[in-house]
Design a binder for this molecule. Sequence first.
Ligand code: FAD
Length: 451
Amino acid sequence: MALSNSLRQGRRLLCQHRGAVAVAITHHDFSTSSQQQDKHSFKCLIVGGGAGGIAMAAKLARKLGKGQVGLIEPHENHVYQPMWTLVGGGLKKMEQSIRPQSDVMPKNCQWIADTAEKFDPDNNTVVTGKGHEVKYEYLILATGIQLNYHLIKGLPEGFKADPQLCSNYSMFTAPKTFPAIQNFQGGNAIFTFPNTPIKCAGAPQKIMYLAEDYFRKNGKRDSANVIFNTSLGVIFGVKKYADRLTDVYKSRGITVNFKHNLIEVRPEKREAVFEVLESDPKETVTFNYDMLHVTPPMSGVDSVRNSALADENGYVDTVKETLQHKKYPNVFGIGDCTNVPTSKTAAAVAGQCGVLLRTISAVMKGKTPKPRYDGYTSCPLITGYGKAILAEFDFDGQPLETFPFDQGREMRTMYHLKKDIMPEIYWQMLLKGLWNGPRVYRKMMHLGLSR
Ligand SMILES: Cc1cc2nc3c(=O)[nH]c(=O)nc-3n(C[C@H](O)[C@H](O)[C@H](O)COP(=O)(O)OP(=O)(O)OC[C@H]3O[C@@H](n4cnc5c(N)ncnc54)[C@H](O)[C@@H]3O)c2cc1C
């Protein structure tokens, strides 16, 4: 019953946002709207209309005026992905994370409802899926990161077979998570972290803490083994927050298995197979599961990965302090698609978009852009219903906290910031090009003594 409900919800959302699901599940078959495009040359062309693309379009359309900015994005809906943790925890509905793309597209920006298939940076041209050539003077890549469920044997088709198999990372499978938590009657509840860079590295464990809290509050905790199987060797990349999270998982009786990478799911037997990384000889271990939350392996999107703009790992090769491309000075990157060495989050996009505007403005004037980005990123680590640790840090893993108190503590205020305030900042400020991250507030709250 729960499975058919969540699949029904997924199917409805599939109709609303077909391309996103295709990317999440099969990685091809972007949908496009029937909108006709009349102009194929722009002063500034943006590829990708997610958090970074729309924020930059808003800033640049305001600066350059009508007709100067084009944006290639195939999906008819825009999604606020950070809300999917809350959807998985039963705190929000998937619909609340979705708005029509036309509502968030800045009015002076021309939306090209298509995909970018080929990049020819030597000739300042992008070729779209429908075969149009789009010319640019300046190009911004904001294509995000690709979900590769298919690299795990048994997925993505396993999602259809088992109601206890879920994943907050795609809009199709996130609505399955809360029913799986509710239906769980004891046994192994397993949460995974893959062996690749991912977006929001905190999300795989946030949903685990919510599930554990739910089991506790609903009398199921004694019969539950809550297990985090992570490919990493640490619980979190920044020591301060890793220490606090270690206290959290130990005090809650959660088992953490490091260096465990999910390679296969057998939904018919409810088995999950993990390779033990760095084992010699190679070792695999099979767990039975009664609930399995999968975070898939991820990569740069195929069209970028196969272009001259990518580094050897498939991400846009970007100067980390300016966001200018290392080889093509009229090309720039923002957000998850870049190889900027910081945690891939919408918060990082916010920290980057003000820097990128200044970089592009300098390049347009023939000046050398100044190094400004410090790697600011943030992760509101929800640790239960009503509590969160707000991690904020820079390139060096040094905390860059906005508030003048220790954010490493679990706090109700941080939970409400994540649940109630951040969505508004996203829709009303970031996407309108009005939010460059909390730097100004941080300085104010630290009486000018913070970076
Ligand atoms: C479950 C979950 C929880 C998260 N929690 C948080 C959180 O708490 N805090 C936080 O700050 N961040 C969080 N994030 C991460 C955040 O959503 C991303 O880091 C952010 O959206 C990155 O923005 P982006 O513009 O780089 O990519 P996206 O927003 O993913 O946008 C990329 C866009 O590019 C488009 N695209 C891709 N390929 C092409 C192509 N070939 N042609 C044209 N367009 C293309 C896609 O359709 C998409 O619209 C979370 C993400 C998930 C999934």
